[in-house]
Structure formats: structure tokens, C-alpha cells
Design a protein around this ligand. Structure first.
Ligand SMILES: *Cc1c(COP(=O)(O)O)cnc(C)c1O
Length: 371
């Protein structure tokens, strides 16, 4: 593309590509001339049950209030509730417009030219974007079996390294690091390096050796744990996430935070969602069954998949996945191709309702037998 000589973004921006989101339902419905209800979207790891009804009720109540006012920029009520639930102090929490926002705050507070961030091959695409956007260098560690190789990541840590990003589990591979491994890594990492443990999917995971990194905050002042209301809580459209860290790190993050980064509706929705344990349990159970449904279907068809946790599964379709993705679109099914992650034969499929999963499997059968 020819560049207007008068437009000069900082050099770091020139090497960036916008994050590729899943294709919106409305867009495909328009293209196919179908009703949006005819489309199955399993492309963005959203909760098929939707938000908690309690969250929706709370939001409706706010709509009758004074939305001409700015939100509470401190997020007091949500932070208070989170702090009590997580067993941390309110001042250890930083709220974000999605946890993506919090990842950006980490980059702005701790990265910049002359500094580097370490993350794994196949790691969540926001890490390289956040890193490069502030002019820092990305140091990529090769994956092991599609997952984070913490020893390789430790080797990549250099004198200029200020941040390490660990997605646990990782999106798009679903791979995860175990408690012992992660603890060993934290002990080995130089204390001045900030380590972000991104637990966007933690509410779904029930293995005994899956670590809750919050437990280590006292021991490791350089640790930041990020979580979100977008996945298991079903509030992706509201945009709320948070970081838990030492109070000092939280104070640094808050210095670069937009004063009103979480809107009034999102604050209320997230606060109410925390009260709905039943909805969370139902979401977890639907996900458990859906993962089984999808992985069994892959096994029956001899398709290899990455044995992951979370609310999605990444499958190797045994051929270039781009055309398979496009053909699935024609059947009204949206999944996620992963060529931009250097996984050209894989598709990431979010767990949907039983019916939506079945529609995906039927469409996949037709597409794979057509070719
Ligand atoms: C979805 C996701 C997030 C953040 O999503 P938000 O909607 O911005 O909270 C963060 N990390 C990983 C690994 C994710 O998959």
C-alpha cells in the first residue's frame, strides 16, 4: 500500500496487523441473505448460554437511571465484590475494558523501546500487538507440542526483558501449564521481570493441578493475573476484565488507565454476574459436555485435535483449513481459521450448544466429503 508521505505513525506501527476477530453473525447473514438466527457462530469463544439473567436484569434497571453521568471511574462496587470473592485487597485490582485493555495497560506501564516481552509461539495474538504497539521487542519462544515451553521461555528472557506473557490456558491452542511447572518458572524468573498469567478461561477448568495463580501474589510482587467476564460469564459484549497484582503494580497500571475505561452498564452487569453461581455452573457443565461432543466427533472421523481445555477446541483438518473455513461459511457456520497463528491446517471451534455443535459437525462432514 502506498503511504501518504505526510502520515507518519511511529515505526512500530508499520509492522503491525489489526487483530482478526471472528466474523460477526450479522455480516455473514447479510452475505448469505439469511436470517441471523440461521447462522451458527463458534468463532470467538463466547458463552452459548449468554449472560446471566441477573446481569441483564441489573442492566435494565440502570437503563432507567441517569446515564448522562460518567461511570464510577474507580469501579468501587465491582472491585469490592471481586476483592471479597478472590480474597485480595481492592487496591490490588485494576479494571479494564475487557482484559485486553488490561494487557495493553501492562504494555504501556512496563514496555517500550529498548525493552522486550517474552511469549510463546502460538500464544494469544494480543501479546505481540500490545508489545509492538509500544515499540518494544517481541522475543518468541518455540512451543512444545503446541503449548508453552516454560524452559524455552526462560531462556529467551534477556537483560532487556520487562514482561513475560503466559496464557493459561492458551488461546488458540487450549494448552495449559501445570501448577508445579508454573511455580518453578516464577522462582526462576528474575524478580524485576513482570509476569502476566492470563487466566481468561480459568472458570472452566477443574483439574487439581491447574494452578490458580492468585495464590502466589503474596510471594511474587512481579506477578499479574488477568481474568475476564467475556468467556465463562458470557459478557463479551459488555467488555469487562481485570488484573490482580500487588497494590504497587496496580497503582502503576492505574496511572495509564483511561479514567472511565469501564462503562456504567458493564460495571453493573459484571457485579451482578458474580452473584450467579448457578449460571456459571450451568455454563461449565454445558461446556464440559460440548467439549466431549466435539472431541468424540473428531475421533470418530480420525481428525487430530490439540487436547486443550477452555471453551474451544483446535482441530487439524488434515488439509489447508482456509478453504474449509470458507466452505463452512457457505453452510452458515463460522469457526476460526488460524493461518495468522502459523497453524494453516487448524480450525479453532468454540464450544456451542449441543444443537450448534451438531450443526457444525454435519457441515464439516459435508465440506470434507465434497473436496
Ligand atoms: C478472550 C481472551 C482474552 C480477553 O478477552 P477480553 O474480552 O478482552 O476480556 C484474554 N486472553 C485470552 C487468552 C483470551 O482468549
Amino acid at each position: 500500500m502506498a503511504c501518504d508521505p505526510y502520515l507518519a505513525p511511529v515505526p512500530a506501527i508499520l509492522g503491525l496487523h489489526p487483530y482478526q476477530p471472528g466474523k460477526p453473525i450479522e455480516e455473514l447473514a447479510r452475505e448469505l441473505g439469511l436470517d441471523h438466527r440461521a447462522i451458527v457462530k463458534l468463532a470467538s469463544n463466547e458463552n452459548p448460554l449468554g449472560p446471566s439473567p441477573k446481569a441483564i436484569m441489573a442492566v435494565k434497571a440502570v437503563l432507567g437511571g441517569d446515564l448522562a453521568r460518567y461511570p464510577d471511574g474507580s469501579g468501587f462496587v465491582l472491585k469490592q465484590k471481586l476483592a471479597a470473592k478472590l480474597g485480595v485487597k481492592m487496591e490490588q485490582i485494576t479494571l479494564g475494558n475487557g482484559s485486553n485493555d488490561v494487557l495493553d495497560l501492562v504494555a504501556r506501564a512496563f514496555l517500550g523501546p529498548g525493552r522486550s516481552a517474552v511469549f510463546s509461539q502460538y500464544a494469544f495474538a494480543v501479546y505481540p500487538i500490545a508489545t509492538q504497539a509500544v515499540g518494544a521487542t517481541a522475543r518468541l519462544a518455540p512451543a512444545w507440542n503446541y503449548g508453552h515451553d516454560l524452559a524455552a521461555m526462560l531462556e529467551r528472557v534477556g537483560d532487556d526483558t520487562a514482561v513475560v506473557f503466559i496464557a493459561n490456558p492458551n488461546n488458540p491452542t487450549g494448552t495449559w501449564v501445570k501448577r508445579e511447572e508454573l511455580l518453578e518458572f516464577l522462582h526462576a524468573l528474575p524478580q524485576q521481570v513482570v509476569v502476566v498469567v492470563d487466566e481468561a478461561y480459568c472458570e472452566y477448568i477443574e483439574f487439581a493441578d491447574y494452578p490458580n495463580a492468585l495464590e502466589w501474589l503474596e510471594a511474587f510482587p512481579n506477578l499479574i493475573v488477568t481474568r475476564t467476564f467475556s468467556k465463562a460469564y458470557g459478557l463479551a459484549g459488555f467488555r469487562v476484565g481485570y488484573a490482580v497484582s500487588s497494590s504497587q503494580v496496580a497503582e502503576f497500571l492505574n496511572r495509564v488507565r483511561q479514567p472511565f475505561n469501564v462503562n456504567s452498564l458493564a460495571l453493573v452487569a459484571a457485579t451482578a454476574a458474580l452473584d450467579d453461581e448457578e449460571h456459571l455452573a450451568a455454563s461449565r457443565e454445558l461446556n464440559r459436555q460440548g467439549l466431549l461432543q466435539l472431541t468424540e466427533a473428531f475421533e470418530v472421523r480420525g481428525l487430530k485435535y490439540i487436547p486443550g481445555v477452555g471453551n474451544f477446541i483446535t482441530v487439524d483438518v488434515g488439509r489447508e483449513a482456509g478453504p474449509v473455513f470458507s466452505a463452512l461459511l457457505e453452510h452458515g457456520v463460522i469457526v476460526r481459521p488460524l493461518a495468522n497463528y502459523d497453524l494453516p491446517n487448524h480450525l479453532r471451534v468454540s464450544v456451542g450448544t449441543e444443537k450448534d455443535n451438531a450443526r457444525f459437525i454435519a457441515a464439516l462432514d459435508r465440506v470434507l466429503s465434497d473436496a
